[in-house]
Design a protein around this ligand. Structure first.
Ligand code: ATP
Ligand code: MG
Length: 158
């Protein structure tokens, strides 16, 4: 469906700021305009929930989270940055694999299965977008994903 996406983002972030027991503040760098994308709203909400939960789970309390949306010529680029544990350089690309967890012992304490980002990648790729990460150990992590701004015509080539 064709969705006016900015209110959806704001609604998801409002919910995170309201519901959590920890004090969470999300800095929003979000354009104030109507931007339409062809997405499954529930699926995109699931992706953001996954990434936001990670940003909270793998950060010390009080760390800032930044949610940014940049409108590029043919796509929307969303990024979620935290100031948490970060991920070692050689492991960053593996976090999108099923059941991959950077530090097994630590992750077990924190709970989870290692599927959140693998599912997120499937959803974003089904929307013809990309998802990737950049991170610095001890400094923080940014997860990026994109959504095309135009509907793919059926039968059109890549
Ligand atoms: P699940 O999401 O299924 O509950 P999970 O959070 O361990 O479990 P993913 O969300 O797929 O699984 O993340 C995979 C691994 O990537 C995590 O176990 C963690 O080691 C690492 N990771 C993900 N996001 C971050 C982040 N923001 N900061 C540091 N490490 C992260
Ligand atoms: Mg997760």
């Amino acid at each position: 469906k064709r969705i006016d996406i900015i209110p959806v983002f704001n609604h998801i972030l409002d919910r995170f700021e309201m519901n959590k027991t920890e004090l969470i503040h999300v800095e929003r760098k979000i354009p104030d305009e109507r931007i339409f994308v062809w997405v499954d709203q529930d699926k995109i909400t699931q992706v953001i929930d996954n990434i936001m939960s990670n940003a909270i789970k793998y950060s010390p309390e009080g760390g800032k989270i930044t949610f940014q949306v940049v409108k590029e010529p043919h796509r929307l680029r969303i990024s979620i940055s935290d100031q948490g544990l970060g991920i070692a350089r050689e492991k960053v690309d593996k976090i999108f694999e099923r059941f991959y967890r950077v530090d097994k012992a630590r992750s077990r304490e924190l709970g989870g299965t290692g599927l959140g980002l693998a599912i997120s990648r499937e959803i974003i790729e089904a929307h013809h977008g990309h998802i990737w990460a950049s991170s610095k150990e001890g400094k923080g992590t940014t997860i990026y994903f994109t959504l095309p701004l135009r509907k793919r015509k059926r039968g059109s080539r890549k």
